[in-house]
Design a protein around this ligand. Structure first.
Ligand SMILES: NC(=O)C1=CN([C@@H]2O[C@H](COP(=O)(O)OP(=O)(O)OC[C@H]3O[C@@H](n4cnc5c(N)ncnc54)[C@H](OP(=O)(O)O)[C@@H]3O)[C@@H](O)[C@H]2O)C=CC1
Ligand SMILES: O=CCCC(=O)O
Length: 293
């Protein structure tokens, strides 16, 4: 635990994950595009660096948790980016949810400089990130996986090593494709119950007693009924994941009409200005589809 760990990206997830590392005694150096977001972490004991390159220079390995493929690429390839200081003996662990092509591009660039690369997207949202209860879907350099395991053990309840680069990204997209489709079916069910004169809270109780009970319905149901969408998982990111999962379906000639319909609802929600709210706000797009532009 003596080595310095770098952390790039202090959004909803990155902040909670890096805070956990600090709490468990890791020495952490942070960077975020909007630099002021580093302040709270520094107050809790993190060091601060001005650029991704400066973080990598200081740290044995650096973790990133960024919004999407373009952010993940920019932090690595742009001026003052990760690549400028990557060299033999250093590692880069990208925990962002991206597609396997993006991950492979980053992997090739890191390894061409002599560094080690691991993708490690996560299942679990804001609360599991705060509680160190994420599920980590790692793939890439096994040696770096083993080196990062003490950090994964702090951030997550379970880490899986899935083999070659791309497998973690694909697994994450399949999981989120299923989750997005489920949330749409759940939204339709809530609306159908309400419009047909049933009590929606009673529907939640019935669902929770049966074979399709799950933590997502249990957690999101009550807040959806209250139209409360404080973001744990921003809707724009869920739509990004549906889009990337559908592209994976295209590549593999897998027909996914349910996921495609769910993606349309998330797109509609974005066009209604709901992208920064929690992904459960898709309920509003399912309820009022005519409100889209
Ligand atoms: N929230 C969740 O429940 C979960 C999210 N994920 C995935 O984790 C990743 C992060 O999610 P989350 O923390 O919720 O997202 P947020 O939107 O809260 O944070 C996004 C982070 O990416 C940074 N960023 C965005 N664009 C750029 C850019 N061009 N260059 C540099 N930095 C950039 C932001 O910096 P800035 O502060 O400057 O905007 C911020 O640090 C996403 O890939 C998401 O899909 C995975 C599991 C759960
Ligand atoms: O990518 C976000 C996943 C959210 C969750 O697993 O609850």
């Amino acid at each position: 635990m003596g080595e310095e760990v770098g952390f790039l990206g202090l959004g909803i997830m990155g902040k909670a994950m890096s805070m956990n590392l600090i709490r468990h005694g890791f020495k952490v150096t942070v960077w975020n595009r909007t630099l002021s977001r580093c302040d709270e972490l520094v107050e809790h004991g993190a060091s601060f660096a001005e650029t991704p390159a400066a973080v990598v220079k200081k740290c044995k390995y650096t973790i990133a948790m960024l919004s999407d493929p373009s952010a993940a690429l920019s932090v690595v390839f742009d001026k003052d980016g990760v690549l400028e200081q990557m060299c033999s003996g250093k590692g880069y662990v990208d925990m962002s949810t991206v597609d396997s092509d993006t991950s492979s591009k980053i992997s090739e660039a890191i390894t061409s400089k002599g560094g080690c690369f691991l993708e490690a997207p996560v299942s679990g949202s804001k609360k599991p990130a705060e509680d160190g209860q994420l599920v980590i879907l790692a793939a890439g350099e096994k040696k770096l996986y083993e080196e990062a395991l003490p950090a994964f053990d702090v951030m997550g309840k379970k880490s899986l090593f899935l083999g070659q680069v791309g497998n973690g990204a694909k697994m994450k997209l399949v999981v989120n494709m299923i989750m997005g489709s489920m949330l749409n079916a759940f939204s339709e069910g809530l609306i159908l119950a309400d419009k047909s004169g049933l009590n929606t809270q009673t529907l939640l109780d019935v669902l929770d007693l049966g074979g399709i009970a799950n933590p997502m319905f249990k957690m999101k149901g009550p807040t959806m009924i209250q139209k409360s969408y404080s973001p744990a998982f921003p809707l724009k990111h869920q739509q990004k994941d549906m889009r990337l999962a559908l592209a994976l379906g295209d590549e593999n000639a897998v027909s996914m009409p349910v996921a495609a319909a769910a993606n349309e609802a998330f797109k509609k929600a974005r066009s209604m200005g709901l992208g920064d709210l929690d992904f459960s706000a898709v309920y509003e797009a399912v309820k009022f589809p005519e409100n889209s532009s």
